[in-house]
Ligand binder design. Structure first.
Ligand SMILES: [Zn+2]
Length: 268
């Protein structure tokens, strides 16, 4: 079915502005007059730790998301702690991205509001990497609800020396995996392991072949999902384990996965 004309026109306007910004820089925007900018189709909130080891990933994500937002017609607001999060705050956003933020040290109000947001499908969610740092960390207890959201897992180990691994797409027909090759390589990742596979409780979209690790590593968990969605909550949600290095934004499999996830998870 073809899209209504005004939606295509709006999309074209976004594309034109995106191309102008990419080619000529943001300085060209006033030439359009801000009043002519089309309304964003949806708003995204992204939470990212301030500084720390994942800063290069977060910085690269922000650059990539700025272009993506222009092309696909959304806006992104960033927060670096959970202080502002409550029901009213989340009601502005169709999508919550946990760029790199652990599931602990959230305010009780934020945790309760986020739980409602996910369970009632008030918006979608994409979480990366640190979102499965589930256990006792930095003096905080594990958040049991978040562990169950992630398939009932607990973090056990990671590969601190980083290894390259081959990821296998398990659900090629799922919208999040659209356009991805059957196998793709992710370089120099930490590959977290968990106390058990989340598979019985989630829909696994992709897994890493631990035998492909280069160099080889003894830190393995057997069945090792790395991208999944929990279909027991109303929110469209995707967890993507990969997310340590900023270089991921030069990997087209990773950016395709992120792009698909945004459009799918924000769609309701
Ligand atoms: Zn990391």
């Amino acid at each position: 079915m073809s899209k209504p004309l005004n939606s295509r026109v709006r999309r074209c306007t976004f594309c034109l502005i995106a191309i102008m910004v990419i080619v000529f820089g943001v300085g060209t925007l006033p030439a359009f007059g801000y009043g002519q900018l089309p309304e964003p189709k949806f708003k995204v909130v992204a939470i990212a730790e301030k500084g720390g080891i994942h800063k290069p990933f977060v910085d690269a994500a922000k650059i990539w998301l700025a272009r993506e937002a222009l092309v696909d017609g959304f806006t992104v607001d960033y927060i670096d702690d959970t202080v502002k999060i409550d029901d009213a705050f989340l009601s502005h956003y169709k999508l919550f991205i946990e760029l790199n933020f652990p599931p602990y040290a959230w305010t009780p109000t934020a945790a309760a509001a986020f739980q409602r947001y996910i369970e009632e499908g008030r918006g979608g969610w994409i979480g990366f990497h640190h979102a499965t740092l589930l256990g006792e960390f930095d003096g905080y207890p594990m958040w049991p609800w978040f562990s169950s959201f992630m398939g009932g897992i607990r973090f056990t180990k990671y590969i601190p020396t980083f290894v390259t691994g081959t990821v296998t797409v398990e659900a090629p027909t799922h919208p999040v995996m659209h356009g991805l090759p059957a196998h793709f390589v992710i370089e120099n990742e930490e590959w977290y392991t968990y106390d058990k596979s989340p598979r019985p409780n989630v829909r696994v979209l992709a897994s890493v072949d631990e035998n492909s690790y280069s160099p080889a590593s003894d830190i393995k968990m057997g069945d090792h999902p790395v991208v999944w969605t929990n279909e027991h909550v109303k929110a469209r949600n995707v967890y993507i384990f990969m997310g340590h290095h900023g270089e991921l934004f030069q990997n087209s499999a990773f950016t395709t996965l992120f792009h698909n996830s945004i459009l799918w998870a924000a769609e309701r």
